[in-house]
Design a protein around this ligand. Structure first.
Ligand code: TRP
Length: 459
């Protein structure tokens, strides 16, 4: 056990398992079920999936361990954790900026995440009311297009989702979500397996598998590699302090590395199963794998609409998707709320309202980007595209890079060993090596390569 005497003013998880559940709840979300399939589809499948898996192992896991470790050692909001740890290690106070970058990224991500979660809420209603029973691909497309064209409907669901998120955050994570997540995550997994079975029997299963797992390197671009790496951070909730703040509520005696591995495995499984359920349906119905953000909302209703018991399972699926998004969204705003509580001396409730209102307002930009502002573009991207690109592909990898450098280089060996308290010297050294050399190098190479700079530098 570490001899770190600090404790968090915000509380502590009641057991090791609660931390695993909460962190898995944060990791498993829209990223796995909505985003992963459509970006894999847009970037040609197999090769993209391979790069993504590589990034999970080489970059994601080491950074996850580092982020939990920093959080548990600092035991405060990410900004103050970086302040305390940099002082303790005799480093520049500028490391606090890492915390600020994270808080900003959390705001930006939640603002659009909430709008997409709103789509999922809308689909609960559509599913339950039988809109999709015996439907065709064309009809499913129309329902989706009509939703995006309706700013009022989008705003309504976005508002509802932000309120739901802030209510949980205001009550403290332990107040209710702990218990909900414990039941919901396994349930989501079971439904995914049912969908997988459906896809195996009724979809073009082999074609789907081939698309996902046969790497065709000519199908992937430099930008595709950047998106794969960005997604590794996004799907594991890394690079902005979410896992750091969750780590700050972790008990001192629990093993960080083993816990991190469990979270990473669970998250990756959910994404792969989602992909294996969705692509067979895509191919069997002559849909486009590169359909973009609407992909799951266009494929799954089709499958449910034809399945016996589809009304029930479909409704349940979208309810669970909402819950998966919910248990993720709270972690996006928790760093900002804890900072306000620590530094502005205001109550958690007040801090939650302030953060909620701000994110809600920003989210309106995403709502409008699908309709009234659809033609307003910067660098050829809509407001939503821009936020998504900036956060997932720039801010999170940058945050992760800084975390790796801080934990790998700025922190003394002694502090790290002390906090990790592991008897497995070989594993510790392996992790430290990845963190110092492999992770930073991988992130930098991907950055340079995607901007075309690497090609210029090597002539
Ligand atoms: N990982 C979540 C998902 O896949 C989203 C998320 C929650 C997140 N917290 C985060 C992404 C922090 C980046 C950083 O849906």
């Amino acid at each position: 056990m570490s001899d770190n005497p600090r404790s968090s003013i915000h509380g502590q998880w009641s057991s090791r398992w609660v931390f695993v559940l909460a962190a898995t709840g944060s990791a498993v979300g829209l990223g796995n079920i909505w985003k992963f399939p459509y970006i894999a589809g847009e970037n040609g499948g197999g090769a993209f999936v391979l790069v993504y898996l590589l990034c999970i192992v080489v970059v994601g896991l080491p950074v996850m361990i580092a982020e939990i470790m920093l959080g548990r050692r600092g035991r405060q909001s990410p900004i103050n954790t970086m302040k305390v740890l940099s002082r303790e290690e005799g480093r520049s106070p500028l490391w606090q900026l890492l915390g600020w970058l994270g808080v900003l990224a959390g705001f930006l991500i939640l603002s659009y995440y909430s709008v997409i979660a709103g789509w999922a809420i809308n689909y609960v209603v559509e599913m339950a009311s039988g809109t999709f029973s015996g439907t065709s691909a064309g009809q499913v497309q129309t329902v989706f297009d009509e939703l995006l064209a309706d700013p009022l409907k989008l705003t309504m669901w976005h508002t509802l989702f932000i309120i739901a998120t802030m209510v949980v955050v205001a009550r403290g994570v332990r107040g209710g979500l702990e218990k909900a997540v414990m039941f919901l995550m396994p349930a989501l997994f079971v439904i995914l397996i049912i969908l997988l079975a459906y896809a195996m029997n009724n979809g073009a299963f082999m074609e789907g598998l081939a698309f996902l797992f046969t790497p065709d390197f000519s199908a992937i671009t430099g930008k595709g590699v950047l998106i794969a790496m960005g997604h590794a951070f996004f799907t594991l909730s890394l690079g902005m302090g979410a896992i750091m703040i969750y780590g700050s509520y972790m008990r001192s005696q629990d093993s960080i590395a083993r816990t991190a591995i469990m979270i990473v495995v669970a998250d990756t499984m959910v994404a792969l199963v989602a992909g294996m359920a969705i692509f067979p349906i895509v191919f069997a119905n002559g849909l486009e794998p590169g359909a973009g953000p609407g992909l799951v909302f266009q494929t799954l209703p089709l499958a449910f609409g034809q399945m016996s018991g589809g009304l029930f399972f479909g409704t349940l699926f979208f309810i669970l998707l909402c819950f998966a998004a919910w248990s993720s969204s709270i972690s996006l705003i928790e760093p900002a709320v804890t900072w306000l509580v620590e530094n502005r001396n205001i109550k958690r409730v007040t801090a939650s309202i302030v953060c909620g209102v701000a994110t809600w307002g920003l989210g309106m930009g995403t709502v409008l980007s699908f309709n009234l502002w659809a033609e307003v573009k910067l660098f050829d991207m809509t407001f939503f595209d821009l936020l998504d690109f900036l956060t997932a592909n720039i801010m999170l990898p940058l945050g992760g890079l800084l975390i790796a450098i801080f934990a790998g280089w700025a922190m003394s060996h002694k502090s790290k060993e002390n906090e990790m308290a592991t008897r497995h010297v070989f594993a510790f050294n392996g992790w430290n090596f990845l963190l110092r050399y492999v992770t930073p190098l991988a992130v930098m190479v991907v950055f340079l390569q995607s901007t075309g700079l690497l090609a210029k530098m090597t002539g």
